[in-house]
Design a protein around this ligand. Structure first.
Ligand SMILES: Nc1nc2c([nH]c(=O)n2[C@H]2C[C@H](O)[C@@H](COP(=O)(O)OP(=O)(O)OP(=O)(O)O)O2)c(=O)[nH]1
Length: 161
């Protein structure tokens, strides 16, 4: 009998600890993590390079600006130059910022900052995207862009570049 009572007390005291340990019973839902991303609107001959995400990736099939996540200690410009070298095997100048916007995806909260960029060395090579196309700014809204990109696409579509 003594053993049964102590086992019950043990379960009760463990359950009492749960809110303090997990925080899920008393607090609200956890803040989704902020993913800071930079995108390059690479301009050449009055057109912008648009890239379609490959299969097996998050947001597969959506169009995006080449780029990626900012790593610790990097400025947005440094991150963008690094990502473009890794992803497109070429070098860019990072020029004017277009805009920053954010979107709450089911996998996280993405904040995207987009910059106008120009090629300084080499030409973009397809390594991880499904497709890449050079598009006139006014035609860019016709592509199926990732949700967080819509503000930047809207801005660029009205620019003379
Ligand atoms: N580079 C880029 N990423 C974008 C854009 N719009 C958008 O929602 N994203 C998302 C896709 C990714 O979840 C994240 C960028 O991260 P990443 O480029 O380093 O990641 P990744 O392709 O390896 O994809 P993953 O790790 O999320 O599968 O931001 C965009 O215009 N450019």
């Amino acid at each position: 009998m003594a053993q049964i009572v102590s086992a019950r007390m043990c379960v009760v005291s463990w359950i009492q600890l749960l809110p303090a340990q997990g925080g899920t019973m008393t607090g609200g839902p956890e803040e989704p993590k902020l993913i800071r991303v930079v995108g390059a609107a690479i301009v050449k001959d009055g057109k912008v390079l648009c890239a379609q995400r490959g299969s097996g990736k998050t947001l597969s099939g959506y169009w995006e600006f080449p780029g990626g996540k900012i790593e610790e200690g990097e400025t947005p410009q440094q991150a963008l130059q690094r990502e473009i070298e890794e992803e497109l095997l070429c070098e860019i100048n990072v020029d004017k910022e277009v805009c920053t916007s954010d979107y709450l995806y089911d996998f996280g909260h993405v904040e995207l900052t987009t910059f106008l960029c120009h090629l300084i060395e080499g030409s973009p090579k397809l390594t991880e995207h499904a497709r890449m196309v050079w598009v006139e700014p006014a035609d860019m809204p016709q592509l199926n862009w990732a949700p967080v990109d819509h503000d930047a696409v809207e801005h660029i579509s009205k620019m003379t570049i």
